[in-house]
Design a protein around this ligand. Structure first.
Ligand SMILES: Cc1c2[nH]c(c1CCC(=O)O)Cc1[nH]c(c(CCC(=O)O)c1C)Cc1[nH]c(c(CCC(=O)O)c1C)Cc1[nH]c(c(C)c1CCC(=O)O)C2
Length: 355
């Protein structure tokens, strides 16, 4: 057995009975598991301290720093899972795409992809392109013990949006122009991205990640018909590539109320829900055989504790009949969130649901 496979095996054994993985498998849980999207990051003073003077993308390539940042919210909040500290554009950077993450802006791409010739920027990702990922996950698996590590990647549509627009976009106009105007080039672009994303998730699983989340953050901009025709084949390809490894697959996007059924159909074991659709209604839209993750509005954390608990109670009540529920926010932790409000929320959910 290779050292990597051994790490994978050890991690899967140590974490198998965790509340988080049980909920992903829709088995009974000792308490509702909790983690937060963007739990590692600017809301934590200890994060801001270790990141001082280090650019975002550089920090993602330093295994010891990645390990420390990934562990910070686990230590502080006692969440039920860690999420690997990285970014959705890291695999693109690793294959040589000229891009950067600008503070307060997000990913910015030097040469946007809009023609067939531009596709040449996207070669296959090899494990050797991201040695720091394998190394950091190996360290994390040893440190985390029974706490599962979630690996992640950006989904083809969301990555395409950054690549085609050249940066963050409100209306995704260039992306949609390509999707509607040149369906063959669009399909080829998404297929390339599916290959890269599949390879990136596979590296994380082989290094010891216990679950993976595919972030299609901006796909809520599409109608169900367009999603099914122009995006779902590529996302489904990613889910098939990581199927059958005993590693649950989570699928999440913002504003995807009308797409929830399709997000599940694409191949997810767990569907992430934002705060716009209550979980009981989300369960009807997703159908049986899938767990749900969510879904308190991240802005609620700015209200007094009592109001946060009222909202958390509503989420737990709506989730009462679900086959499997992982408590989370409906999108990432906002940077100016009081970290103590997050710690108290974890404690509230754990005590309310202890069985
Ligand atoms: C769309 C998207 C991106 N990156 C990601 C997504 C999907 C999730 C989502 O919908 O929020 C995913 C991501 N990015 C980051 C993580 C870390 C793990 C975690 O969730 O704790 C994860 C899971 C770190 C990060 N990625 C980024 C930061 C902030 C930069 C910093 O701390 O210097 C962090 C902690 C940068 C980034 N990268 C991106 C954005 C929009 C930004 C924020 C820009 C800004 O407001 O400054 C692209």
């Amino acid at each position: 057995m290779s050292a990597n496979n051994q790490a994978t095996g050890q991690q899967q054994t140590a974490t198998y009975d965790s509340a988080f993985l049980k909920a992903c498998r829709r088995e009974p849980v000792p308490h509702t598991p909790v983690w937060f999207m963007r739990q590692a990051g600017r809301s934590l003073p200890e994060y801001r301290k270790v990141r001082e003077g280090i650019a975002m993308l550089d920090s993602c390539m330093r295994p010891e720093l990645v390990t420390e940042i990934t562990l910070q919210p686990v230590r502080r909040h006692h969440v039920d899972a860690a999420i690997y500290f990285s970014d959705i554009v890291v695999p693109l950077k690793a294959i040589g795409v000229d891009l950067d993450i600008k503070p307060g802006v997000g990913p910015v791409v030097a040469n946007p992809i809009r023609t067939r010739a531009d596709l040449a920027q996207l070669r296959d990702l090899e494990p050797g392109d991201v040695p720091y990922v394998t190394e950091a996950i190996g360290m994390l698996v040893r440190e985390l013990g029974g706490t599962p590590l979630i690996g992640f990647a950006g989904a083809p549509f969301t990555l395409a949006s950054y690549l085609v627009e050249g940066g963050p976009s409100r209306n995704h106009e260039h992306t949609k122009a390509l999707m509607y105007g040149d369906p063959q080039l669009w399909a080829d672009l998404l297929d390339r991205l599916a290959e890269i994303t599949s390879a990136f998730l596979t590296v994380q699983i082989e290094a010891g990640a216990s679950a993976v989340q595919l972030f299609d953050s901006w796909v809520g901009a599409l109608s169900p018909a367009d999603y099914r025709r122009s995006v779902m084949p590529a996302s489904a390809k990613v889910f098939r590539a990581v199927e059958g490894r005993g590693v649950p697959r989570i699928h999440f996007g913002v504003g995807t109320g009308e797409l929830l059924g399709l997000l599940g159909e694409a191949g997810a074991d767990v569907v992430g829900v934002d705060w716009r659709v209550p979980l009981d209604e989300a369960a009807r839209r997703v159908g049986p055989g899938k767990a749900l993750q969510g879904n308190i509005d991240p802005a609620v954390l700015f209200a007094p504790q009592e109001a946060v608990e009222t909202k958390a109670r509503e989420v737990l009540d709506a989730a009462a009949g679900l086959e499997g529920h992982i408590f989370n926010l409906g999108h990432g932790v906002l940077p100016s969130t009081d970290p103590e409000a997050l710690t108290r929320l974890v404690e509230y959910v754990h005590t309310q649901t202890a069985r």
